[in-house]
Design a protein around this ligand. Structure first.
Ligand code: WTA
Length: 632
């Protein structure tokens, strides 16, 4: 029987047991899955060398655990309800049996196009069931999927395809998000000009707009599946074979391809989904994330399917056609579990409460939050107006690299506290570290958040750059995994994540590297140098503030701002556009040429009273000039 914690006392006991014998704990969890052959070794390797392995020698296919395993018991059950961008468009439900058939069909298509175990396939699609079918079909044949969020630009898409040498791209003709149209095929065509490894493009029809076509390369999804068999024997994988790559931003300019493997990721996402959300047989679970981010991978696709849950795939946005959309969907499908990001809550808080009150939300049992710290005001609004004061809020802390939730309440079991991710899940041992690399013991303390022991869901490497993996996560604190987050452990031992302590911004729950945005802006012919910092933003959590030195003062500031926006949109995507820009004569630099971001962050936050010691700067007067200047 798999672990399904039902009381706080049980949580505490199991946590203690897992600390005493970690391997036994994880081995027990793994034993609840379908393995074609059991593993030879539960776990080996460690943070020092970054050679972590779980369930090595175990043979499986993850889709047999997500789909085949359920056919005899819940084949008729709805796996997904698809809610399209426009409420009046065609919606559909897909049972586990249908999903299995669709995945098998598409797996056969992929194989017929020469895709083999280990090949990389890039998926750049609208949030529709086909995106999930494409990902699962890859997993079924042992191909490594790399889903790229459909808000990224052609250049970002190309970079991600090139980095992993993808052989195929699966996309749509276009997508609609709210009242915007995104021409995915045009963007793909542009990206593929610099991606010679891509031999085939499969295009799934969504918008029926005119698109260019390259014969011999492009084929329609619907033509290919027409004659494909609905039977497919899943390819046998080793537990440590790659499952997917997902690109995420770090502190250098280039996004890194975080790699997850089959066995450990399966065990971890399934275990965390079940215990954190406490979804029962008849429940309807809705995670509003996009499948282009890790939350979509772990808690729309994999975690819920292993557990036989019914999930919603939502193509739209929270404010289209109006700010009541999410609540309309909750009422319509009697959603019981609702998992979203604080930025969505903050955006909806700014609208009239009638948008919430209009709908019957009494089906809700559990609310979730992910992606960024949830401020207390948003927590209370969520609790009072959405949850009606009766739904526990699970504030789930985790990362692309952790594969699944690490610190979080278990719904209805762990007493919650606004703004706190509360306690670590059994099997996870957090540590707070001081700047000298020493662990800070006891409660009522602040430090940098590390994890002491490997867990099955941890990323195994950065694609093509193991050095970077070691440097980013394993070198700051020897023998520990470093998360990049600051954290408080309060008097009761509860954890509160305070935000990133590295050069990573969290804008509307999206991770962006400051260097990535700086590099993009520096492409502008009139820019000499740029420094990006984050600042508190009412809705986005963090906004992007760009300080830039120009060659010549721009004549028309508004037109200039637009040029910068267009450039960032072209190179990265609209999510990275600076909210504020300020043209400065110089940047505060140390004598060794390092930009003092601490000072810029204070200025950006309008916190001028305490700028700290500026005497070590090469030219302290630049600070006065920046303070006296104005952002546009
Ligand atoms: C932040 C998203 C506070 C954190 C799953 C982390 C959070 C980064 C929370 C990872 C939370 C995520 N409270 N902060 N509940 N959840 N974060 O890789 O800074 O997109 O390091 O994964 O988001 O973002 P990523």
């Amino acid at each position: 029987m798999w672990l399904n914690i039902k009381s706080f006392e049980e949580y505490q006991n199991i946590y203690r047991q897992s600390e005493k014998d970690r391997l036994k704990f994880w081995e027990h969890e793994a034993g609840t899955f379908y393995w074609r052959k059991s593993w030879d070794k539960v776990h080996s390797g460690g943070f020092e060398k970054g050679d972590i392995k779980w369930f090595e020698g175990g043979k499986l296919n993850i889709t047999e655990n997500a789909l085949d395993r359920h056919l005899n018991t819940i084949g008729h059950k709805t796996a997904f309800i698809f809610e399209p961008n426009h409420p009046d468009s065609f919606r559909r439900t897909i049972t586990y049996r249908q999903l299995h058939e669709d995945v098998c069909r598409f797996a056969n298509v992929l194989e017929s196009k020469g895709i083999e175990k280990g090949d990389r396939v890039c998926i750049y699609m609208a949030m529709t069931p086909e995106l999930i079918i494409a990902a699962l079909a890859c997993a079924r044949i042992g191909a490594v999927h790399s889903i790229v969020f459909a808000g990224f630009s052609a250049q970002s898409l190309a970079e991600r395809i090139q980095d992993c040498d993808a052989k195929m791209l699966i996309t749509n003709d276009g997508l609609r998000r709210g009242d915007k149209h995104v021409p995915l095929k045009d963007i793909s065509d542009e990206a593929l000009e610099s991606c010679p490894t891509v031999k085939n493009v499969i295009v799934c029809q969504r918008t029926n707009r005119d698109i260019d076509w390259k014969d011999g390369r492009d084929e329609w999804w619907h033509n290919l599946i027409r004659n494909a068999s609905k039977r497919h024997t899943a390819v046998e994988m080793d537990a440590e074979d790659p499952l997917f790559i997902l690109y995420t931003s770090g502190s250098t300019g280039k996004p890194k391809g975080v790699l997850h493997t089959c066995g450990g990721y399966m065990v971890y996402t399934s275990y965390t989904f079940r215990n954190v959300f406490q979804v029962e047989e008849e429940d309807v679970y809705w995670c509003t994330a996009d499948a282009g981010w890790i939350t979509g991978h772990s808690y729309i696709i994999y975690g819920p399917l292993f557990n036989g849950a019914t999930g919603i795939i939502f193509e739209g946005t929270p404010t289209y056609p109006d700010a009541g959309r999410l609540w309309e969907v909750v009422e319509k499908y009697k959603v019981t579990h609702f998992y979203t990001a604080p930025t969505a809550i903050r955006a909806l808080m700014s609208y009239d409460l009638d948008y919430v009150r209009k709908y019957d939300l009494s089906s809700l049992k559990v609310l979730g939050s992910v992606g960024e710290p949830i401020n207390e005001e948003a927590w209370h609004w969520y609790n009072d107006h959405v949850g009606g004061g009766k739904c526990p809020i699970v504030d789930t802390w985790w990362q692309t690299e952790t594969g699944g939730i690490m610190i979080s309440p278990l719904a209805g079991i762990t007493p919650t506290k606004p703004g706190f991710a509360t306690l670590p899940l059994p099997g996870i041992s957090p540590a707070l570290m001081d700047e000298n690399g020493k662990e800070i013991e006891g409660n009522g303390v602040n430090g940098n958040l590390c994890i002491k022991h490997p867990w099955p869901g941890i990323a195994r490497t950065v694609w093509g750059d193991h050095e970077r993996y070691l440097k980013t996560y394993m070198s700051a604190y020897k023998g520990h995994y470093f998360t990049g987050d600051g954290c408080r452990r309060d008097a009761e031992g509860y954890y509160r994540i305070t935000g990133r302590v590295d050069d990573v911004l969290n804008v509307s729950g999206h991770r962006l590297g400051t260097a990535e945005i700086e590099n993009a802006i520096n492409e502008h012919p009139n820019i000499v140098e740029t420094a990006i910092v984050g600042y508190p933003h009412d809705i986005k959590g963090q906004g992007v503030f760009a300080f830039m030195i120009c060659e010549k003062d721009p004549k028309d500031p508004d037109a200039f701002k637009k040029e910068i926006h267009d450039l960032v949109t072209k190179i990265i995507g609209p999510i990275a556009k600076p909210d504020k820009i300020q043209i400065v004569a110089g940047l505060p630099k140390t004598r060794s040429g390092k930009i003092m971001r601490r000072i810029l962050r204070k200025i950006a936050a309008d916190d001028m009273d305490n700028l700290g010691d500026t005497s070590t700067l090469l030219d302290p007067s630049v600070v006065d000039d920046i303070v006296a200047g104005k952002a546009i």
